[in-house]
Design a protein around this ligand. Structure first.
Ligand SMILES: Cc1ncc(COP(=O)(O)O)c(C=O)c1O
Length: 367
């Protein structure tokens, strides 16, 4: 039986924009400009940064300047770069509980002390944050304020304001991982977190979720002072700015309007998949199992009755041809053992439906 791995947080392969990238590559490689094959300045080529700033201004609906952008090899690299430049082993970093499990891996790689802060249906719980701030001050807070991975929640405007006030009062920086910012309807999502405090927020973005992860082009948006610091990073000094060749092709995709045209199509496809999954879950989940219905992003977070161990369940799921990510993986404290994450982005409608039915069969057996 073929496994349907709803744990996989990948974009749909069939939706990856091969034709758009072919056009963009042909356009870029026909230009008499060899700079894309040269080492790039540490922050990335100026023309790409300007084109990126114009794009973000357009799609975020708030002004973004190239002076505030550094090109990274994806949001993962951007996060690691920040940690490399601005933290020391043993520093304290606050994270949401639960959070993106690979971010936890990166924090552990840098020997940071991880302190999880409670979340609820509106993302980071600011009261819980404030209580923890009475106990200790972090160097950073790492948050995914929009279509959180794994819960799909969105941090509302009022909480964003309180969060940046905390950062000002208690003197820490906020790393806002906003890779899903463009995978929802703008009218229903608050603007990116840097809009609330350009000095304190470092915003991570990426073409991984809006073009393709193989491109390995993302960015960090922060103050020019921080960018000047990042430019002294040994990796960037040695290898130059990240991925100038692919960045130049992405630049053409932006200039030719290919990215702008692709984005609403992609959103529409994901909205259909999201609806299909949430509808199927309503039908198949036994009573006692609940889920948060997201309005964008990639993920659905399912909560089972307390005492059910989703890690154990994930082994049994494989025998039914189903994969998912157990909740404990996303917790710095081993919480959420009774939760699991599903991704609706990767599979087509038939496979999504079948995957949900298998989950229903499994849970009816165990609950
Ligand atoms: C919250 C979050 N940050 C970062 C990434 C990785 O982004 P990139 O491919 O740009 O490194 C992911 C991918 O799943 C993610 O969910």
């Amino acid at each position: 039986m073929e496994i349907i791995d709803l744990g996989l947080g990948y974009p749909a392969e069939t939706l990856l924009p091969l034709e758009e990238l072919r056009q963009a590559a042909l356009h870029r490689l026909a230009l008499p400009d060899r700079s894309l094959l040269q080492y790039a300045p540490e922050a990335g080529n100026a023309s790409f940064r300007q084109t990126l700033a114009d794009f973000l201004t357009r799609v975020y609906g708030v002004p973004v300047s190239m002076e505030n952008l550094l090109v990274a090899a994806g949001a993962s690299h951007a996060l690691d770069l920040i940690l490399c430049q601005l933290s020391q082993p043993g520093d304290t970093i606050f994270v949401e509980d639960p959070t993106y499990f690979c971010a936890l891996d990166m924090l552990r790689d840098r020997r940071l002390r991880i302190v999880p802060i409670a979340t609820d249906h509106d993302g980071l719980n600011i009261d819980a944050l404030e209580r923890q701030l009475q106990v200790e001050r972090p160097k950073f807070l790492y948050t995914i304020p929009v279509f959180q991975n794994p819960t799909g929640t969105i941090l509302p405007t009022e909480r964003r304001q309180r969060l940046v006030e905390m950062a000002q009062r208690y003197n820490f920086l906020i790393i806002a991982d906003e890779v899903y910012q463009l995978l929802g309807e703008r009218a229903t999502i608050p603007p990116p977190l840097a809009t609330f405090d350009e000095q304190r927020v470092l915003s991570l973005g990426s073409f991984s979720k809006i073009l393709g992860p193989g491109i390995r082009v993302g960015w960090v948006q922060c103050t020019p002072e921080l960018i000047a610091n990042f430019r002294t990073n040994g990796l960037l000094l040695s290898g130059g700015g990240m991925n100038p060749f692919t960045a130049a092709i992405v630049e053409s995709a932006l200039e030719l309007g290919l990215q702008d045209a692709y984005l609403p199509r992609l959103r529409q496809h994901y909205a259909l998949r999201r609806e299909l999954m949430t509808q199927a879950l309503v039908e198949v989940l036994p009573s006692g199992a609940t889920f948060l219905a997201p309005s964008g992003g990639f993920f659905v977070w399912v909560e089972l009755p307390a005492g059910i161990d989703a890690t154990e369940l994930s082994k049994a799921a494989l025998t039914l041809g189903l994969g998912f990510r157990p909740g404990a993986l996303f917790s710095g404290t081993g919480n959420f053992t009774n939760c699991l994450r599903l991704c609706f982005a990767f599979y087509d409608h038939t496979a999504l439906r079948l995957g949900c039915e298998r989950l229903g069969t499994l849970l009816h057996r165990y609950l």
